[in-house]
Design a protein around this ligand. Structure first.
Ligand code: F3S
Length: 379
């Protein structure tokens, strides 16, 4: 491609070919969808805006492409405490993506917001928690793209065929036996497993998780480890995995989990309780609403429940209850919002947020199970 199809497509092609060369890809393959990260002004800054606006002069996506969370709720940014300066820069980013035809999903859970990939489909997704869910739970195939490479793939409708697009790269290398994990410590289990496996795909044995639990487990694994996929025993798989099929077996029991949870506990004096990393599902919003229904808010701290706008709209009753206790925010999250300009101490129920908030959010961070947080904000 020499530019006859436009500069944006040429640049996109150069980027994908360079990546393919680095990773030894033999060809480009078609993708069903792309998901682009780097959407908050906080994370991409002025240089990122210039790059996007330059691309947006003629770049147009050729497959469905979703955008990751922005740095603010598009309708409630003022009440969140976001400044007008931040708002203006953030809107330029949203407009640049819009001009290229990306869908304003602004969520890390596009699979809960009308964009659920199917088994075997090839994708170019960038958000680490969405990537691990797509590969591990949905059976789709995607590498953990960077923002620019996901955008390049969205423009061309293709990606380089390497890594998790190939069968041989999707085989688990480490067997992780998790023993007696209480449900409320599943995010901590993910945090611990990510640290233990590094960049090797684990096979998880001993945890039976529903989709929402996979969502938070996988997000934590991808935050503390450089891994975008795990395998696990599915219903009907009768035979337990044999240790000799793996290069290592790691056993993590309740003691290790409790020790890790204790280490993440932090203090009790929070400015903010932040729930919804990854973005809450309808089931999670409803389940929290059912706990809080009949209780009264304790106005001792601010509370954010983060979700996608699509899920927000499907759960009006739950949202109405949760709003008595805090803000139900869409389009954004506690990690990519400029939280450090508003708060200093945040409590979260997320293993991923517990990993990122101390650095990206400059927060003193306390991990607590969801139920404990709900009880702390109500009576
Ligand atoms: Fe999603 Fe933000 Fe967590 S993008 S996975 S809620 S850090």
């Amino acid at each position: 491609m020499k530019g006859e199809e436009g500069t944006a497509r040429m640049k996109a092609m150069e980027l994908l070919v360079a990546l393919g060369d680095i990773y030894g890809a033999e060809r480009l393959i078609e993708i069903e969808s792309a998901q682009v990260s780097g959407a908050s002004f906080k994370t991409i800054g002025d240089a990122g805006i210039r790059w996007l606006e330059d691309f947006a002069t003629e770049g147009r996506v050729s497959v469905p492409a979703m955008v990751n969370p922005l740095g603010m709720d598009l309708t409630r940014w003022r009440s969140m405490g976001v400044s007008s300066q931040f708002y203006e820069k953030q809107m330029r980013i949203a407009q640049a993506y819009g001009a290229m035809g990306l869908l304003p999903v602004y969520s890390c859970t596009p699979y809960l917001a009308g964009h659920r990939p199917r088994d075997g489909q090839h994708l170019a997704w960038a958000e680490s928690s969405a990537t691990v869910f797509a590969n591990s739970v949905l059976g789709a195939r995607t590498n953990r793209e960077g923002g620019p490479s996901a955008l390049a793939a969205a423009i061309l409708g293709k990606t380089a065929e390497y890594g998790l697009h190939l069968d041989e790269s999707r085989k688990p290398k480490v067997l992780v036996r998790l023993e007696s994990v209480p449900t409320h410590l599943i995010p901590v289990a993910g945090y611990l497993v990510g640290k233990a496996v590094g960049n090797r795909i684990p096979h998880i044995d001993g945890l039976n998780m529903i989709a929402d639990q996979h969502k938070s487990f996988g997000a934590a694994i991808a935050a503390t480890g450089a891994v975008s996929m795990y395998t696990f025993r599915r219903k009907g798989d009768r035979i337990p995995p044999k240790s000799r099929s793996f290069e290592e077996t790691i056993v993590l029991g309740k003691t290790e989990l409790m020790r890790c949870a204790e280490g993440l506990r932090g203090g009790d004096d929070w400015d903010l309780v932040a729930i919804g990393c990854p973005h809450c599902s309808p089931r999670e919003l409803r389940s929290m609403a059912s706990v809080l229904k009949g209780r009264k808010p304790l106005k001792n701290t601010d509370v954010w429940f983060c979700t996608s706008r699509r899920v927000f709209k499907t759960c009006p009753e739950a949202v109405a209850i949760l709003r008595r206790f805090g803000r139900v925010l869409c389009d954004t999250c506690m990690v990519v919002a400029p939280i450090e300009e508003m708060y200093g101490r945040t409590a979260t129920d997320s293993g991923k947020a517990a990993a990122y908030l101390p650095s990206l959010g400059r927060q003193k961070t306390s991990y607590r199970p969801t139920r404990e947080l709900l009880e702390a904000i109500s009576r």
